[in-house]
Design a protein around this ligand. Structure first.
Ligand code: ZN
Ligand code: ZN
Ligand code: FE
Length: 740
């Protein structure tokens, strides 16, 4: 007989881990106890040493689907206690918090069956869940993860639920958010006049009736409120656009099932798998031509499948697809509280489908493409946050504050980086407030106390101001990281790289070390530093920031520089000649914008990067041609003038010209990277920056680089856009603190 103590770390709470342990302990004829600690679970076992060893072997192999075992620490040879049976002890609240918290999990198949089974006591109950599914991150106030520290604390269990909760053979054993129609939360519906309909069925029916009549309904979900409306009625969608002041940005949709998705979009096997995964992200799918232009002006439409029981009931058999867009106004954070929804969405929603299970933490839907069979994130949020990214060799207690657009922070502990969920553009007070609250929430949940802070070089970003203020107040070291260096480090960390790389870092804008705007960069470096090996020919942004909206300002400068004849614009000429309010930019995003305008695709952009998105959508897939390219100087600058000249003379149609332009960029990237490789001997290339949200490029550029003997890495765990930048800042900060 031996006594073995096991400390198990990882995502092991709220995922059916203790019932699993119970079964495994019984199977192996062992006895002992288990309890949740803030750092995982602690297991005390007694039995024959052969049985204990067999148990240890089986543990990782048979763990529940949602559990992630990061480490198992065995302590052998403890004095025998004489345990009988297997007991579950109350949680220990330890000082050291280390538990990983599960993201929210979509409705599981077992619960779905019960939801639709008239004989089940949770038949058509919109809040059905179990140990394998349901809300997690969004209802947690504090750790350890137990019912009183969640939004479910105010719903005492009825005797039936209590029995299931304590029955180790039951699927709901210790499922903290578990509930039923007798004891749990309920729906209600409220119309624009404030008339309220209580009761789950009645509320659902009113919401469904309204949706079928082309009305807009605010629906409270897991991490916030959605605005929903039918997709078949363009007038309804247009009304939603007007009321939400979202002129052209695409809307995501939710389809009843995969068959409905296939009617609207092409879906590969990999895409189907990720659509149906328990994370249920919005997947950007190629639209079946023609159609859905009222939802998305480009070639893709964002689609997700129902992920809560409420969604399943909302669709029933007679609704195939709904627009499901985050309820927010002019770039403020998603609305997530009942009162806030009624107040802020009045005038937008015709009705409100709400409930009394509080959302503790905002978490927007995740958004990704599927690339090489994996998620390629545009936004990593619900279903993924707050699960960390595992890293090697990173110090604890580092805080990286991110950039401005697509803001996000990152904290470190142990071998983990904890990237935040989606925060949004840090350009208004509400978003800043949410950003600060989420940093505080993460620090508390994961017991992280920042000892050093990283932020962007740009002095005007609110994230930089936050970092500076906090580092001064708390006396912490502050490291300001060049934007594109952070992108490079982020993609390195994402792929677990340590040695120097060539970074093709393309985005719209980022402050360079020389005070100018960078964004079409070829860097060589690692976490410790970088050299700017190449860039693109700078262009004057006529009118500064205005040029990111009025794309003809960029087009004018491109043509002018390239010596293409055009009608003279006296205003632009005066500005350019006096160099007044015409900062230089080497941003790749601007080059895309200018070309989109020259090709007549877009003149007035309503959101950042729109020119590039539409150019991608316009491109002909079958075009392999290229325009002449040229370089000059050091850093090795890509000269876009020959391209602009060739493009303006080309008699081909827009689709082929757009494709040729992007093919030329791929060729340019390739030659630049090859030259950098020849000079430095480095052969690993990372691709980062928002311009690589372009799937046309992502499906071609890596192959071209590989053909030249280079090894190519792209983002896999965090976004390539500025949301992923905090991870890179953190790695650079880690290096700076280490070398002191
Ligand atoms: Zn379930
Ligand atoms: Zn109950
Ligand atoms: Fe960027």
């Amino acid at each position: 007989m031996e006594h073995l103590k096991l400390e198990i770390h990882g995502i092991v709470q709220g995922v059916g881990f203790r019932p699993f342990l119970h079964r495994l302990v019984q199977e192996h004829g062992l006895s002992g106890t288990v309890c949740n600690s803030s750092s995982g679970v602690v297991l005390e076992l007694e039995g024959e040493s052969a049985a204990l060893n067999a148990f240890l072997q089986a543990l990782p192999q048979r763990a529940p689907k949602l559990a992630v075992i990061e480490s198992v620490k065995p302590h052998w040879g403890l004095p025998l206690e004489g345990y009988t049976g297997f007991r579950i002890l109350p949680s220990l609240v330890e000082r050291e918090r280390n538990t990983l918290i599960s993201p929210d999990v979509c409705l599981c198949e077992d619960c779905k069956r019960e939801l639709l089974d008239p004989k089940d006591r949770r038949y058509r109950y919109p809040f059905i869940n179990c140990t394998n599914c349901g809300p997690r991150f969004t209802i947690i106030r504090d750790v350890p993860y137990d019912r009183p520290t969640t939004s479910m604390g105010r719903f005492p269990m009825c005797p039936d639920c209590e029995r299931e909760y304590h029955d180790i053979e039951n699927r709901r054993y210790h499922a903290q958010p578990d509930c039923c129609p007798v004891c749990g939360p309920h729906l209600w519906f409220q119309d624009a006049q404030g008339r309220r309909t209580d009761g789950d069925e009645a509320a659902l029916e009113r919401a469904r009736a309204m949706l079928k009549r082309g009305k807009i309904v605010a629906v409270k979900g897991l991490g916030g409120v959605h605005l929903a409306c039918g997709i078949d009625d363009p007038a309804a969608v247009q009304r939603l656009r007007q009321r939400k002041q979202r002129d052209e940005k695409p809307f995501a949709i939710m389809c009843r099932d995969l068959d409905c998705v296939r009617k609207l979009c092409d879906v590969s096997d990999d895409e189907a798998r990720i659509l149906e995964s328990w994370q249920r992200p919005i997947v950007l799918l190629k639209k079946k031509a023609p159609g859905l232009w009222h939802l998305s002006e480009n070639g893709f439409v964002g689609v997700m499948l129902p992920y809560t029981p409420l969604h399943v009931l909302l669709f029933a058999d007679d609704i195939d697809a709904l627009v499901m867009t985050s309820a927010n106004l002019s770039d403020t954070p998603i609305v997530y509280k009942n009162g806030e929804a009624l107040e802020r969405l009045s005038g937008i929603a015709d009705g409100f489908l709400l409930h009394d299970r509080e959302i503790q933490t905002r978490c927007d839907d995740s958004l990704c493409w599927v690339l090489d069979g994996k998620e390629y994130f545009a936004r990593r949020s619900r279903g993924y946050a707050p699960y960390p990214v595992r890293l090697a060799r990173v110090q604890s207690n580092l805080l990286a504050c991110g950039a401005e657009q697509k803001a996000g922070f990152c904290l470190s502990k142990g071998d983990y980086a904890f990237p935040s969920q989606h925060i949004g553009d840090l350009k208004n007070f509400e978003t800043l407030q949410n950003y600060e609250q989420q940093i505080a929430h993460f620090e508390r949940l994961f017991d992280i106390h920042p000892a050093a802070i990283a932020c962007d070089l740009h002095p005007d970003y609110l994230s930089t101001a936050y970092a500076k203020e906090r580092s001064e107040r708390e006396g912490l070291k502050l490291v300001q990281v060049q934007h594109h260096h952070a992108h490079l480090a982020s993609c390195m960390a994402d792929n677990g790289l340590q040695e120097p790389v060539i970074g093709l870092i393309w985005d719209g804008t980022g402050l360079g070390t020389d005070g100018t705007v960078w964004g079409g960069e070829c860097l060589v470096g690692d976490y410790a530093g970088f050299e700017r090996f190449g860039s693109i020919r700078p262009m004057a942004l006529c009118g500064g920031d205005l040029a990111t909206k009025e794309l003809d300002r960029v087009a004018y400068v491109l043509r002018r520089e390239a010596g293409v004849e055009q009608e003279e614009n006296p205003l632009f000429e005066r500005m350019l000649k006096s160099a007044l309010n015409c900062p230089d930019s080497s941003g790749m995003g601007r080059l895309f914008d200018g070309v989109a305008c020259i090709l007549g695709i877009k003149t007035l952009a309503s959101y950042e990067g729109q020119g590039a998105v539409l150019l991608e959508a316009a491109a002909a897939e079958d075009e392999a041609g290229c325009y002449p390219i040229d370089f000059y100087g050091a850093p090795l600058r890509f000269d876009w003038r020959p391209i602009i000249r060739a493009l303006c003379e080309d008699k081909a149609d827009t689709a082929h010209k757009a494709a040729k332009f992007m093919n030329s960029l791929a060729r340019m990237a390739c030659e630049q990277a090859e030259a950098a490789s020849r000079k430095t001997g480095v052969t690993d290339v990372v691709l980062s920056g928002g311009s690589f949200q372009n799937l046309y490029l992502m499906r071609r550029l890596p192959a071209v680089l590989r053909a030249r003997g280079l090894t190519v890495y792209h983002h896999r765990r965090v976004s390539c856009n500025d949301e992923g930048i905090a991870l890179g800042q953190m790695m650079i900060l880690n290096e700076a603190v280490k070398s002191e």
